[in-house]
Design a protein around this ligand. Structure first.
Ligand code: NAD
Ligand code: DAU
Length: 350
């Protein structure tokens, strides 16, 4: 199998490529623009494999994307490239519309053009797989779960752009019979997570003796999934999912943000003890504008139809993640020094 992974230099895309190279005999082409969030160091574990290649490319670039399709001749495409940080979508929403909406439409356009000239036996294998988020469903109260049939109700520029891209993908599937697959996943965590997101930001700020910022009261709830469980789900969906279908992916691990931050502090207290607990650095700060209260995924369809379930308990995955950051400062130190030092993003009101 020849697989194009878009956004393969990001957090989840790189986990997916590491998974594909280590666990399958696929050949992988990583198509990535290398924005601030893309980092080829994320692929160091596998980048000398003869089955891996990288092309720097913007998914909005029609000429270059067409050329990649015609020279690489993929059997499937897994589309993860996106602007992914809610706070940045509050500061600069148009880049989210450009990449997530127009970029996805351009990829669909180029993929369809390529798909239409494939022989029937190649058409039967080809999939356009779109990787999306639970945030498209909006925000839950105390009760209930997002199902695949939950109506869309995105509330941030990020989630609105992802919702829009999901609609584009379904439209290409419906109108042009492109064999599309969609999945909507909850919050991921794990190694190589860019330190603008809650868990890595907290770990690195804690080690630096800086405040650990909690938006609002810290009672917002997220459903956490270890990134390697997500990568496994994506490949299972790609090979065995039914074209046109959507699958929700979740960790069955709901936690308030305060619980997550306190758990990080507890693990650090044990692994790198100092005079005072790291939890003394917790600081409550102004809330994120439009902050979604709770996300929770019902992933029973994926379990029932494709026999997938998360294998990593949140407590084990979090401990492994903290240890990974402690052991891999070669990876995060240059990012914190040159790209993003942990300053507050997305306050709004400019
Ligand atoms: P990320 O921000 O870590 O990585 C995004 C990657 O896309 C980067 O390598 C970046 O360089 C690349 N990219 C951005 N714009 C591009 C463009 N115009 N052309 C080509 N490449 C471009 O994101 P992530 O957290 O790995 O998320 C990957 C996908 O999974 C996204 O589509 C996101 O919406 C979705 N998702 C993320 C989570 C999560 O918890 N992180 C959960 C559910 C779904
Ligand atoms: O649910 C899936 C989504 O999860 C993905 O689609 C997004 O790409 C991904 O970034 C993530 O979005 P969140 O907004 O949930 O993740 P983030 O890590 O930014 O924030 C997690 C929670 O922690 C959220 O309620 C906001 C809060 N938070 C975040 C930061 C960065 C804080 O309290 N303090 C912080 O400094």
């Amino acid at each position: 199998m020849k697989v194009i992974v878009t956004g393969g230099a990001g957090f989840i895309g790189s986990a997916l490529i590491r998974y594909l190279i280590k666990n399958t005999d696929c050949t992988v082409l990583n198509l990535d623009k290398l924005t601030y969030a893309g980092n080829t160091d994320n692929l160091k574990e596998i980048d000398d494999s003869p089955r891996y290649q990288f092309v720097q490319c913007d998914i909005c670039d029609e000429v270059k994307v067409r050329e990649i399709f015609s020279t690489f001749e993929p059997d499937t495409i897994m589309h993860l490239a996106a602007e992914s940080h809610v706070d940045r979508s509050i500061d600069a929403p148009l880049e989210f519309v450009r990449t997530n909406v127009l970029g996805t439409a351009n990829l669909l356009h180029c993929a369809l053009n390529y798909y239409q000239q494939l022989p029937e036996e190649k058409k039967a294998i080809f999939r356009f797989q779109h990787i999306s988020t639970d945030e498209v469903y909006g925000s839950l109260g105390k009760e209930g779960f997002f199902k695949e049939t939950t109506p869309y109700d995105p509330k941030s520029p990020y989630s609105a752009s992802k919702a829009s891209s999901d609609h584009m993908v379904r439209a290409w599937g419906h109108t042009f019979k492109l064999p599309v697959l969609l999945s909507n996943c909850s919050n991921n965590y794990g190694p190589y997570h860019f330190p603008e997101k809650l868990i890595p930001l907290i770990i690195l700020n804690a080690l630096d003796g800086k405040p650990l910022p909690i938006y609002g009261k810290g009672d917002n709830v997220r459903d956490w999934l270890f990134v390697e469980d997500h990568a496994r789900a994506l490949w299972q969906i790609n090979r065995n999912g039914k074209p046109g279908e959507t699958y929700n992916i979740g960790g069955n691990s709901e936690r308030t943000n305060l619980e997550v931050v306190e758990s990080c502090c507890k693990i650090l207290d044990e692994l790198v003890p100092k005079a005072e607990s790291y939890s003394k650095q917790i600081t409550f700060v102004a809330d994120r504008p439009g902050h979604d209260q709770r996300y929770a995924i019902d992933a029973s369809k994926l379990k029932r139809e494709l026999n997938w379930e998360p294998l990593t308990r949140f407590e084990d995955g979090l401990r492994a993640t903290v240890k990974w950051y402690l052991d891999n400062d070669w990876w995060w130190r240059p990012i914190r020094e040159k790209n993003y030092a942990g300053e507050r993003l997305g306050k709004g009101g400019k």
